[in-house]
Design a protein around this ligand. Structure first.
Ligand code: UD1
Ligand code: UDP
Length: 371
């Protein structure tokens, strides 16, 4: 039988990263069989299914339906479900994406079954272990055989951690492949009309535990969002994690604040494309605003994506500084366009090349998965 690649996805940011890899591998190596697993970490139509539809992803071959829970519960459900899948399917490589609980769960199971792991978006570091994603990144990279990096800083981190150079590949950013492939569909004028926006506006996405989980933080965040809304209309497609707390803290008690459900990928990036400023704590949105050349203010003390600051439109801000930073951005106008190296729409092809090299040495009949 021909070699088998299993791709593991589970949460919203995984889908735009996986789509170009699946497509490029199918185009380059038609003999490679591919299976797509959805762990079910995210499950609302607007957090999951809409991406499959809009990005042309195939229906998942397996949906584990793990759902929500504590970190341990979620990772354990992912691991238990994947172990059965990997034992049954005997993949020759497991491809994991980003830094969510599904990613680290998949890497652990594959590594223990002695299946090669390819990590897309390896080497990013915030050096802040209070972020659950940082733990996921470090562990996943430690277990991975192929480390596929989006930027030079990520390569340097992996080298500093002792990863052999032969395993590290600077491939660019597949999330940007997806963005560039759908650029024509991002309809800023349509988004403006749909959301009833008359003048300048900000888009905000907020879901990090450090910003939204604690009651006092949620209140302080609402206060600063209202100070932004004193200057421009603010549209917030709100992640389900923070919604109850932010609404209880009075988020919508301002005439220029519009809270909406999470948007589909195309609708969201249409709205972002026409925005005067984006306020976020998302990882992916820091990258997308850089390529769309929209100023981005990131409400975090650090970022694992510093290239969006050095080569893009991003700036880290505190809650206290956010209102005057918005004022500054609005006065400054459009920044000069800059894009990080290799964020050129061809990362999927480069990843496919690395995977093809690995799979060229896979024995016929699939891997000898250890039971
Ligand atoms: C997860 C990732 C985070 C990523 C984010 C992207 C981890 C540790 N965190 O955070 O890195 O930035 O996804 O969006 O993996 N919920 C729903 N519907 C859904 C999914 C979640 O209502 O479809 C609610 C549930 O109340 C759930 C909460 O959101 O408990 C958090 O979901 P979870 O997947 O645990 O973490 P995220 O905050 O989404
Ligand atoms: N996104 C979306 N609709 C929204 C908010 C975000 O389609 O309402 C997209 C966004 O463009 C990016 C991805 O979701 O492609 C980022 O996911 P998220 O911010 O949830 O996760 P993170 O990148 O922080 O891990």
């Amino acid at each position: 039988m021909s070699p088998l690649a299993v791709h593991v996805t589970g949460a919203r940011p995984n889908f735009p990263k996986a789509a170009p890899v699946l497509r490029a591998l199918a185009a380059r190596e038609p003999r490679v069989r591919q299976r797509l697993v959805h762990t079910g970490q995210h499950y609302d139509e607007r957090m999951s299914e809409v991406f499959f539809r809009q990005l042309g992803l195939p229906e998942p071959d397996v949906d584990l339906g793990v759902g929500s829970g504590s970190h341990a519960q979620q990772a354990a459900a992912v691991m238990t479900g994947l172990e059965a899948v990997f034992l049954e399917e005997r993949p020759d490589v497991v491809v994991v994406y980003g830094d969510v609980n599904s990613t680290v769960g998949a890497a652990l199971v594959a590594a223990k079954l002695q299946i090669p792991v390819a990590h897309v978006e390896a080497g990013l570091r915030s050096f802040d272990r209070s972020m659950p994603e940082e733990v996921n990144r470090v562990v996943t990279d430690r277990l991975s055989d192929l480390l596929l990096a989006t930027s030079a800083d990520a390569v340097a981190h992996l080298a500093a951690e002792g990863v052999p150079a032969g395993r590290i590949h600077l491939v660019g950013n597949p999330m940007i492949d997806t963005l560039l492939a759908h650029l024509d569909a991002f309809d800023a004028a349509g988004a403006r009309e749909r959301h009833g926006l008359a003048g300048r506006y900000a888009v905000a996405t907020l879901h990090r535990p450090a910003n939204v989980d604690d009651r006092a933080d949620a209140h302080a965040l609402v206060k600063t969002v209202h100070a932004v809304a004193d200057q421009v209309e603010v549209v917030l497609p709100l992640h389900p994690r923070g919604r109850p707390g932010l609404e209880a803290a009075g988020l919508e008690d301002h005439p220029a604040v519009r809270v909406v459900d999470p948007l589909g990928y195309v609708e969201f990036l249409g709205l972002v494309r026409g925005a005067d400023v984006v306020v976020t704590d998302s990882g992916g949105v820091q990258e997308e605003t850089t390529v769309l050349n929209v100023p981005c203010l990131t409400l975090r003390p650090n970022t694992e994506r510093p290239v969006t600051i050095t080569h893009g439109t991003n700036r880290l801000v505190t809650r206290e500084d956010l209102p005057w930073q918005v004022e500054r951005v609005l006065a400054a106008g459009t920044p000069a366009p800059r894009v990080p190296p290799l964020w050129d729409g061809r990362a999927g092809e480069r990843i496919a090349e690395v995977l093809a090299d690995l799979l060229a040495s896979a024995p016929d009949g699939g891997s000898g998965v250890a039971a």
